[in-house]
Write a protein that binds this ligand. Structure first.
Ligand code: 5GP
Length: 177
């Protein structure tokens, strides 16, 4: 087996665990939306693109895909306010929307998105998050959750550190200096 990259300290979620869970989440979503209403999947760039690609290819119900880009953190610290950098191409009024996010940390980004998208009057609004950092004060409804992970900076499977390590098939903890 290949040695871990020197920037990384350990694997937090393995590639096998991810693939198994993504399949389960897609199965759950497909069951919940099997009534024929088209789903509108909203991927949050950049981090969610790999998760979204794997998830949507496992969905067995009709769905459209769109993307939003939000202002993100600088390096490994929070920069504060959230802003829309790129918006959806279509109105979501009357649609069944699922937000697909790579990671929830403080929950600020998801909370902001919820508020904005809810205001556009979708028929329903759910969220699907690959990993959530365990924090006591987190109070966001996440209907489809991949994994709870410790409060460390992670990379891989779409998640980066200064644009590095995004394409790793697993999620790993970044070494602290
Ligand atoms: P929140 O608003 O929940 O605090 O943070 C969500 C955003 O912060 C994510 O969409 C992601 O861009 C970034 N983020 C938070 N924790 C991590 C992490 O451990 N690794 C990476 N790569 N990004 C993170």
């Amino acid at each position: 087996m290949n040695a871990l990259h020197p920037d990384l300290s350990r694997i937090v979620v393995s590639a096998d665990q991810i693939q198994t869970r993504v399949k389960e989440l897609a199965g759950q979503i497909s069951t919940d939306f099997s009534n024929g209403d088209q789903l509108y999947i909203v991927g949050i760039l950049k981090g969610a693109f790999i998760f979204l690609a794997d998830l949507t290819r496992q969905l067995t119900v009709p769905h459209a895909v769109d993307f939003m880009a939000l202002s993100s953190y600088g390096k490994t610290t929070s920069s504060g306010a959230v802003r829309i950098l790129m918006d959806l191409r279509e109105p979501i009024e009357g649609k069944n929307v699922i937000i697909v996010e790579d990671i929830v940390d403080t929950g600020r980004t998801l909370e902001y998105l919820y508020r904005i998208l809810k205001g556009r009057k979708p028929a329903s609004l759910h969220s699907c998050v690959l990993v959530r950092k365990q924090r006591d004060n987190l109070n966001i409804p996440i209907e489809y959750l991949g994994f709870d992970i410790p409060d460390v900076w992670v990379v891989g499977y779409g998640l980066d550190f200064a644009d590095k390590h995004r394409t790793l098939p697993y999620i790993a903890e970044l070494k602290r200096d």
